[in-house]
Design a protein. Structure first.
Length: 277
């Protein structure tokens, strides 16, 4: 069941500063098995800083970061990865000219033999790659084709399937649909949902697109200037409300009221046309 049980990871009052610039202040976040948690916000809202902390790229300055109920302060992404917290960034960490199966096992190759007779177990790696992609609903006729020849959506799915295969319990997806068209975005969104529902992964979906988020999300957090402006489950939220908060929320309403007032005042002050006498 989505969102069942204790959180895999939980942030309480997380803060992060760079010199005299406060990037995050008092951020709370919980991620549960089988749940898609969407983190939205404009550029500069603090999304990148937040996922950097979760993925172990940077330590937090204040607050508590709990994994399976235990406090953690990572000093490297490897420490987070060892606990099943994996990030798939927009760059995907794929080598375009290498075959699909080589990219799937990049850095974790299966080998046969020892010493000078050691060699890659191509058949085993191809079988595993084919099976894992099939579980995600992707059937590629030729795993020898360079991964760079795949569509953007297919490359995203390869990266997602790779992370799941190598033990991800929490999967952080950094703007996976940002550079994709409608059809390819739909492909990726389908497999984000599948990773959570079918594979039981806790997914953190970073995006600035409320429509994409609302299609797959179970819980929504909107960041604004380093603070949480919205923290709400899907059951209590509408797409219109999510878009309202993304657009600026109360600040946008105040601006609309101010502009409307200026228009009214301008119309009242305008000289009235004088008709012929």
């Amino acid at each position: 069941m989505a969102g069942s049980g204790a959180p895999i990871i939980q942030l309480r009052g997380i803060g992060k500063s760079y010199a005299n610039i406060s990037a995050l202040r008092g951020v709370d976040l919980s991620v549960r098995q089988g749940e898609v948690t969407c983190i939205l916000g404009d550029n500069g809202a603090g999304k990148s800083t937040l996922i950097s902390i979760i993925a172990g790229l940077h330590p937090h300055d204040s607050g508590d970061y709990l994994v399976d109920g235990q406090p953690r302060k990572f000093s490297s992404p490897r420490e987070a990865l060892n606990l099943g917290i994996a990030a798939v960034y927009q760059t995907l960490a794929l080598v375009p000219l290498l075959p699909v199966w080589r990219n799937f096992f990049l850095g974790s190759e299966i080998e046969l033999g020892r010493g000078p007779l050691r060699r890659l177990d191509r058949a085993k790696m191809q079988d595993v790659t084919r099976n894992e992609l099939h579980r995600m609903g992707i059937d590629l006729a030729n795993l020898e084709q360079p991964v760079g020849t795949l569509s953007g959506g297919q490359r995203q799915v390869v990266a997602i399937a790779r992370a799941v295969h190598f033990g991800a319990r929490v999967l952080i997806l950094d703007e996976p649909t940002a550079a994709l068209g409608v059809a390819q975005s739909g492909l990726v969104l389908r497999y984000i949902s599948q990773a959570a529902r079918s594979q039981g992964i806790g997914v953190i979906f970073i995006t600035h697109n409320p429509h994409h988020a609302f299609l797959v999300g179970d819980h929504f957090i909107v960041l604004a200037r380093g603070e949480v402006g919205l923290d709400m489950p899907r059951a209590d939220l509408t797409l219109d409300n999510l878009m309202f908060h993304m657009a600026g929320g109360k600040g946008l309403s105040a601006l609309e009221h101010e502009i409307q007032g200026e228009r009214t005042a301008s119309a009242q002050a305008a000289p009235k046309a004088v008709g012929p006498t």
